[in-house]
Design a protein around this ligand. Sequence first.
Ligand code: SF4
Ligand code: SF4
Length: 439
Amino acid sequence: MITMVSTAEQSKTHGALASLLEANTDKLLTCVHCGLCLPACPTYRQLGNENDSPRGRVYLMRGVVEGRLDIRDAFISHIDLCLGCRACEPVCPSGVPYGHLLEAARFEVSKAKSARGQKSESVLRFVLNKVFTRPGLLGIAFMLARGFRDSGLARLMFKARLVRGRLRFALALLLSSRSAMSKVRPPHDTQPSTRTMERVAILRGCVMEGLFRKTNRATERVLVRNGCELLKAEGQMCCGALHAHAGQLEAAKLLARKNIEAFLESGAGRIIVNAAGCGAAMKEYAALLADDPLFADRAREFSSRVRDVSEFLVEQGISKPTKHVERRVAYDAPCHLIHAQRIAQAPIELLRQIPGLTLVPLRSYESCCGGAGIYNLQHPELSDAILRDKIASIKESDAEIVATANPGCIMQIGAGILMNGLNVKVVHPIELLDAAYED
Ligand code: SF4
Ligand code: SF4
């Protein structure tokens, strides 16, 4: 139920809370209400409520800008329920930049929640602004998480059902971040390529380096194998994607500036990212800092150098792997790779290079898995309903391995597989390519 506000309230709300949305009025006006985005939207498909569709949410944002609608419970809840998957963008004939509008709306929502003193918002702000912006503190937090995950205690607690409900799911998420590749094939030493060196720097990432170190090391080996010289980008930080999606735009900008300085100073011609969400955010630094007189030009330069690792390898031509990986593999496309970065074929092309690997089709491989950052913890019921569809399609595929290129998707799908007792591994495509290179 949407509450329209009185004229007296309008100016107060409008002036105090809707400044960023108002600055995006031109983008809001591009929506022609055709409804072509509705079938692509997972929350609309699940809930059948127009307010939980892209068209509905754009209409609500316009309501706020035009002073017809307050930023209260209904607006907040429909904006909160959006996954940020951006499946609505490629299907929109008007090119509505939904991702940017959502970040603006989330900025307003975050301010409104803080003004009300909402506890969950304060905790989220604290974690994002005081932990994720401090690499030392973040490193300690991930070290503790890894220690718990790898000690055997986490698996024991899961198997013995010592925790239930959402805590059990959170445990499954953590367990799913442990690389499954050792069960496919052990890692090998890198044989450098004889090709001309491309100078690249890799985003280590906070979650990737914290929980997916083996994937990062596999990425490094594959790049060296493909003729790259790896440069260090000292001082690099979290990419800020989580901050931008949660409406913490100032923190996202601060992190973006630090990354721009670190990577441009490294001298790398290409900035390689193996996490779809981080790559999408970094390709959008140019838009994020467009109004920053000191950083706008450098942000454009930076964004033009960012490549997803599969995109980069396919652009360069992949060194032929020779080892067989005799597995049935289904590819699941991360939303921020296929919708936000519009990279559909490169990861599939990469998997096709691997001798012995059989690619099996996955129904709705382009649909969100329901992970969406911390959405699975904030909106467990809807996230579970979306995940159920994904698990059903994995069962139908008869795959032994699901390959997907984003830590959040690996953990969400992996947790769904664990909770359902399936014998399927979830791995990053780059780990499969790494396994296919010579010892
Ligand atoms: S497809 Fe684009 S123009 Fe059409 S309703 Fe959706 S957002 Fe609006
Ligand atoms: S981002 Fe995803 S969940 Fe949100 S409106 Fe677009 S399609 Fe729907």
